[in-house]
Design a protein around this ligand. Structure first.
Ligand code: MG
Length: 401
């Protein structure tokens, strides 16, 4: 497997501070349930799973920050990747305040409507790649219906030539510097999307092919359509995988488990950092993909892997999983270890592993057991680990699995 090239750091901004009165709800529409989870949760998950997105900022109504935080926690959305902030009166105000929260290292930003939960992973990637290459792009689809001009609301005054007309969607992606420049230039003018600001500032914006299924939920009937699209996508292929690994405990080595260095008088011996837990998870993922094992992909005869941080290997395996069209539904990991105690570190391990696998920590379970001093683990000669994973084929374009 080739090592990935360094690329631009990207963040997503999700404005979700509107109240969406057309839905006739007594709470904002982005909190409405769709296929078992709030619309906004589906939207945020789509960005957590994309390999280009490092951080996500969600702008919600000021009085709903705390409840959104609780809601995200309930659905296992990691606080480390996702920041919740108070949105402004207009969409553009929300996006502007999110821009000020971006980490300095972020150079590409994707703005996406909180009410477009069906955005595909491929579309997010196309927008990211388009912005990295050209500076600014938006997802859009050609207008298919005949357009009528009807200023009175009853009598048609003319037919609009639909050639060259596109319907703007989101994500709308741009270099952060371009978007900041566009905000400065617009000086508070009202707009309905970020592309308008960029256009006014004279920054060329290209279109990338959007998707007919990337609908914005604004009316109750949109929910019915969205449910149907999700059902079509739920006929997915599942794969199961199992991984096992064991390493010897020796003096003068760090003990690295699940990406964390744990204080202990001995560490695990191996060519890499000997992170037995991460190796078992890698093997489970490779097993589910029918891709052999970790030794085949990262041979210990290869000097590139000497002392390597195993989370890097897991990131490569997660990349392979994504190339093959799968995402991690859940992982259950059992570490067999007489000492030290693992429980205090399990939460942080889950966050690290989830980030590498582009999923939420709630989908990764870590447990540890002793063997009552029996066997090599019990005699503290080594530590072993089992991992079981379930993969699901990803929802890609046009609702097809
Ligand atoms: Mg190993």
């Amino acid at each position: 497997m080739t090592l990935p090239s360094l690329h631009s750091a990207a963040a997503a901004i999700i404005p979700a501070a509107g109240y969406g009165t057309r839905m006739h709800l007594d709470y904002p529409k982005q909190y409405h349930l769709l296929a078992g989870a709030p619309i906004l949760v589906h939207t945020v998950r789509a960005f957590i799973r994309n390999r280009h997105i490092r951080s996500i900022i969600v702008a919600v109504p000021a009085d709903m920050q705390e409840s959104t935080h609780e809601l995200f926690k309930k659905y296992g959305i990691d606080g480390g990747t996702v920041t919740i902030t108070a949105g402004g009166a207009r969409r553009q105000d929300s996006v502007f305040s999110c821009l000020s929260l971006l980490d300095q290292s972020v150079d590409i930003v994707l703005v996406h409507d909180g009410a477009r939960p069906l955005v595909s992973d491929a579309l997010i990637s196309r927008c990211y790649e388009g912005a990295a290459l050209h500076g600014a792009v938006i997802a859009a689809i050609p207008v298919k219906d005949t357009l009528k001009l009807c200023p009175s609301g009853s009598v048609i005054a003319g037919t609009v030539d639909r050639t060259n007309l596109w319907q703007a969607q989101t994500p709308q992606a741009a270099r952060v510097s371009h978007l900041r420049q566009a905000y400065d230039h617009a000086g508070g003018l009202d707009v309905t999307d970020e592309a308008s600001l960029l256009e006014m500032a004279g920054i060329p914006v290209r279109v990338v092919e959007g998707s007919e299924t990337n609908i914005k939920i604004t009316r109750p009937e949109d929910l019915v359509v969205a449910e149907k699209i999700m059902q079509a996508g739920s006929c997915r292929e599942s794969r199961i995988g199992h991984g096992f690994d064991a390493h010897r405990l020796v003096a003068d080595r760090k003990l690295v488990l699940g990406g964390i260095t744990i204080p202990h008088d001995r560490g695990l011996e191996g060519h890499s950092d000997a992170d037995v837990l991460t190796h078992a998870l890698c093997d489970a993922l490779l097993g589910a993909l029918g891709e052999g094992d970790i030794g085949r992909h990262f041979p210990d005869s290869d000097p590139r892997y000497r002392g390597i941080f195993s989370i890097t290997l897991l990131e490569h395996v997660a990349g392979l999983m994504e190339e093959k069209g799968f995402s991690l539904a859940n992982a259950d990991i059992t570490l067999i270890c007489q000492a030290p105690k693992i429980a205090p570190f399990a939460g942080e391990m889950r966050s690290i592993l989830a980030r590498a696998c582009r999923t939420e920590p709630a989908r990764i379970n870590i447990k540890a057991t002793t063997t009552e001093k029996m066997g090599f683990e019990g005699r503290m000669e080594g530590i072993s680990c089992h991992a079981v994973v379930l993969l699901e084929s990803r929802l890609e374009e046009e609702g097809t699995p």
